[in-house]
Design a binder for this molecule. Sequence first.
Ligand code: G4P
Ligand code: NA
Ligand code: NA
Length: 189
Amino acid sequence: MKLLQEAIEKRGEIINDSILKVDSFLNHQIDCALMEQIGIEFANYFKDKHFTKIVTIESSGIAPAVFAGLKMNLPVIFLKKSEPSTMKDPVYTEAFSFTKNRKYTLCMERSCLNPEDSVLFIDDFLANGQAFISAEDLVHQCNAKINGIGIVIEKSFQKGRQLIEEKGYDIYSLARIQEMKDNKIVWAK
Ligand code: G4P
Ligand code: NA
Ligand code: NA
């Protein structure tokens, strides 16, 4: 997605060979016009597929997921990193972040998904795919299925893409970074 690649090049900051900072439009401040285009892009790519719900992870997955939900006319569930006391019957899973080198728990209300649900999973970054694996676990605990994956920024040099492809999922990443070197981004084809 050209507009997103330009935003990453102009407004992103390469922290090191493996971390890209995009706080000015995605992870802290949100560029709503860009998010709207991101929602349209996901809706176009997945137009022939059947979904009943979008699932994402708080907090940075919410903006792209909500804009996609608006365009696709689907509700958005965001998986939570702490359990609210108001949850009645939650499902839990452990997740591990290589980027942050720590474990965390993800949870959701079991009744949010049922066996008839066909889920589009959306997230801001794909690195090693561990967040996706944990989300997949929660969706499966509810006996629902995942029918597509939409990623805003994929770091193709990390393991996530391959892991998801090996599971046979339809994955669409809007910007695919092959390499970050000498303060330059090399895009994957
Ligand atoms: P993985 O799921 O693909 O294995 O990734 P990992 O656990 O390593 O990612 C942990 C967190 O770091 C996630 O955000 C993810 O979006 C973010 N992340 C991964 N790589 C990058 C990067 O290069 N740049 C930035 N800015 N973030 C990255 P999170 O902890 O869930 O936080 P939030 O932003 O959703 O609140
Ligand atoms: Na993030
Ligand atoms: Na995320």
